[in-house]
Design a protein around this ligand. Structure first.
Ligand SMILES: [Zn+2]
Length: 407
């Protein structure tokens, strides 16, 4: 691949102020977008540059899944791994995400009873891969009859409930976190267990004072804090305590949507599931967007889909991965289209908005001069018009082609 080239598309959905450019071109130089605009103008200005002709296809920013558990939990959920092969399986899973058009991930590291890797081990394992992976250090409570607590700092060693609010643990988690993922679980999680196995899923794990102190700890280090939360009571605590990012926010009320909007909170919707309550409906996601909340859709993969949910076409017993990101986003994206949202604003929920959650909004998520050349070539707008990985023909990461289905 040349260091610099122009790529031509039938249309470019930039997710920037430029909106959609018909018969557009993208000038890529040394991994960055050097220029973007009308194809005819660019062709004249850069006459000597090599051309990649994708004029039958749509070019958009590549996708960002800002809430995943691909490296810590997924390997042993999907494969019969040992300690030696765990990270290898993890990389296979990352490749699978990349082939689905995702070039950036927000990974959660929560501590895991059966593996003792540190967040640093995960970071090192993926450092050379052509993807942008941000890590959030978290503590977690699983709602067994006797709830179990873990943290990224203490790894496979369970901790006591009172340690969830321990100032030194909170400080270490904050220091190790690169972005506001689900740093704390306000509610105990069902994880991937059936309801019978985790009767205490949903129980609140923090008092208001404890949460407020946790938020202060992050803010004193100039970091934002995100939480796993669902249900009116937990969401109320999170908003009042000064949490920056609500992950899931299942069953958020209309009044709370107003409050979240006025405080400019970010919300990461997970329509596949992930908490003790029914996940975000397409209507709820549209409501958030209508209030100008920067809502992202994420998979929380790997996850079984929440049972009995009308907008999910899945068998509930199968674990779903990042390959369903477009599919689970489509109902909300289509509804936004009916409500006359621009296609750029619609696509932002899989690109620019999650990039902002990761704190990488100046690097990727939009196609704009000076940003990383992370983009995909596909038969339609991801999520809105297409839902299958096979419809994504090429994926580029920092200017380099990393996935190619046009052979
Ligand atoms: Zn999660």
């Amino acid at each position: 691949m040349n260091e610099s080239y122009i790529i031509l598309g039938k249309k470019i959905v930039t997710v920037s102020d430029r909106g959609t450019i018909e018969n557009g071109g993208l000038v890529v130089n040394k991994g960055k977008i050097q220029e973007i605009g009308d194809w005819k103008t660019l062709k004249q200005r850069y006459a000597a540059m090599s051309i990649i002709d994708c004029s039958e296809y749509v070019i958009t920013p590549s996708l960002v899944d800002c809430h995943t558990h691909l490296l810590e939990f997924a390997p042993s959920s999907l494969y019969p791994v040992s300690h030696t092969t765990h990270l290898w399986a993890g990389k296979t899973i990352l490749f699978h995400a990349l082939s689905s058009g995702i070039t950036a991930l927000g990974e959660q590291i929560c501590g895991h009873p059966n593996n003792h890797f540190s967040i640093e081990d995960y970071r090192k394992a993926v450092a050379d891969l052509p993807m942008d992976i941000s890590f959030a250090a978290a503590s977690i409570t699983i709602g067994f009859p006797e709830p179990l607590h873990f943290s990224a700092v203490t790894r496979s060693q369970p901790i006591e409930k009172k340690h969830l609010s321990d100032p030194s643990l909170l400080r270490k988690l904050a220091e190790q976190s690169e972005f506001p993922g689900e740093n704390l679980f306000i509610n105990a999680t069902p994880a991937n267990f059936t309801a019978e196995a985790v009767p205490r899923a949903g129980e609140l794990m923090y008092s208001f004072q404890e949460l407020q102190r946790a938020a202060d700890t992050y803010h004193q280090l100039n970091k934002k804090i995100g939480v796993h939360v669902a249900g009116e009571e937990g969401i109320e605590l999170a908003i009042k305590a000064g949490i920056d990012v609500l992950h899931h926010a299942h069953e958020i009320t209309d009044e709370q949507i107003e409050k979240a909007a006025s405080r400019q909170l970010k919300i990461v919707a997970t329509p596949l599931g992930g908490t003790h309550l029914p996940p975000n409906s397409p209507e709820e996601i549209v409501k958030l967007a209508e209030k100008n909340i920067a809502v992202s859709i994420a998979t929380d993969a790997y996850l079984p889909s929440y049972p009995g949910v009308s907008w999910l076409p899945f068998d509930t017993n199968v674990l779903r991965g990042p390959d369903v990101l477009m599919l689970i986003a489509q109902p909300a994206m289509k509804r936004m289209k009916e409500k006359k949202f621009d296609e750029n604003a619609i696509l932002a929920i899989l690109t620019a908005n999650p990039a902002e959650v990761l704190g990488k909004e100046k690097e990727f998520g939009r196609l704009e001069k000076g940003m990383d050349a992370n983009f995909i070539v596909s038969t339609g707008i991801p999520g809105l018009e297409i839902t299958e990985a096979e419809q994504i023909k090429k994926v580029f990461f920092q200017g380099t082609e990393v996935i190619n289905r046009l052979v």
